[in-house]
Design a protein around this ligand. Sequence first.
Ligand SMILES: C[S@@+](CC[C@H](N)C(=O)[O-])C[C@H]1O[C@@H](n2cnc3c(N)ncnc32)[C@H](O)[C@@H]1O
Length: 481
Amino acid sequence: MNRAPSTTTLPSPKGAAAMPEDQADINYARAVSNGHYDVYTGGLSGKHDNVRSYWEDQIRGMTLRPHVLRLVDRRRRADKKVRIVDLGSGTGEGLRLLSSWRRAEEDLRLHRTRVLPHEVIDCYIGCDLCQAMVDQGNVNFADSPNVTFRQGDFSEGFPLTDEEPFDLYFSTYGSFSHIDDEAMERLLTEIVEHAGPRALVVGDWLGRHSIEWPCYWGEPGDQMLSYSMNWLPSNGPGEEADQFPMRFWLGDEIRSLVARVAEKTKARVMVLGLYDCSVFVGRHMDTGQYNQWTNPVRAAVNRLHEQNVRTDLETVKVHLASAEGHDELNRYYARLRYCWNNLVDYCQRRLEKGHHPHPVRLRDWQSFPPALQIAIMTLDRVIDTVAWMRMGDPRANIIEPQLGYALRNLELESQTGLGRGHALIGVLEIRKDADGTRGRLPQADQEAHDITAPDDGKAGRAPAASDLEISHGSPESLLQG
Ligand SMILES: C[S@@+](CC[C@H](N)C(=O)[O-])C[C@H]1O[C@@H](n2cnc3c(N)ncnc32)[C@H](O)[C@@H]1O
């Protein structure tokens, strides 16, 4: 059921203007000092819930891993190690993420090898505004001499200019949304100036066109808007939820930002990819704070992935209302919802039949987009294979997690990199000649990069099938049919 129209007024988009500039620092420091920041509260809620583990961390891995792998291999060929800076590092989650990726998901031999093993890291420097995060990071990685955390404020430019150039300028989970346009442009400019002949930059922002906050869709881009982290258990009972002034970005705005910085620095700065993350499972699907017409889909998907817990599949279906004056966005979300709900519906009906010889009838099969057809066929095979089992609750422990992965795949197939997910992840590459200006690429590389260079405004928006290693065609063709 949709939430009934509530009498709560939506938070004013301009409310953020009244917040003190150091509000983020105060809020994060309190969360760390009261021991709530990184606390694991199980898979059903909190910072490290199942969606973070099985969707958000994984999608960052799928999208970023190929780029980082190429970087590591290039450094290895040159007999060099990799230098990493993590901006807005918190207590070092980014390093854990980078270190968790394997060289290949399928190949058993390579599966045992990390993309970024400890021995290829020359240094990882976590940089954060909040001293409490820095202190905690240094405690967490006390046994790793090449890992350090330093206090620094990237709203005033790149904070580590005293360091040698880095190979990877990294950020995760929305850190760059903490600063406004002017500061973001200055930061990226100074990163480009600081970088050596070649470097990767990974940016992570909040997506402005997320279904979680249609009240922000019509707002001018260059504004700081109020964002609540009321899903974090960092507040005591009865305390007000933490509010942060944040910049919500669109893919095209990132492209313009990159173009401006390239122009200013005279370096070659390319957008290798822009990726939406968490289209129907963002944190605020559950709170309904900015969109009272959604339902708590993230909580339901958390249950799908929870061991020994059965989910009422009706709760996994997405409810939406159209937003006036945003036809294209309405169409996009309606199409994804159609696929999502049809898949859940199929699963429900198929489970009712169990291991039964009569198939579920699908009247609209021919009109289903290929991505949905593939997802349904996959689920059908899974249910057929395990529904007869009488041990270990195959529904809770095999079928429901598989449904979760199939839904995740639908989201990936539909994504545009335009800022329609909770997060917008950007992978940029800097190339310079020895004199610090626009690098000319060797012929082979030139061709590879021309494919993703932002010339036509479309390239690099969606992850390539070969990068994701899970897709079977281009996102649009698959979902649109
Ligand atoms: C959403 S948290 C992400 C933390 C971490 N990257 C992760 O993945 O868990 C954002 C981080 O950015 C830091 N931050 C916010 N504004 C900053 C600034 N101006 N300079 C440096 N760090 C900042 C915060 O202190 C916080 O640790």
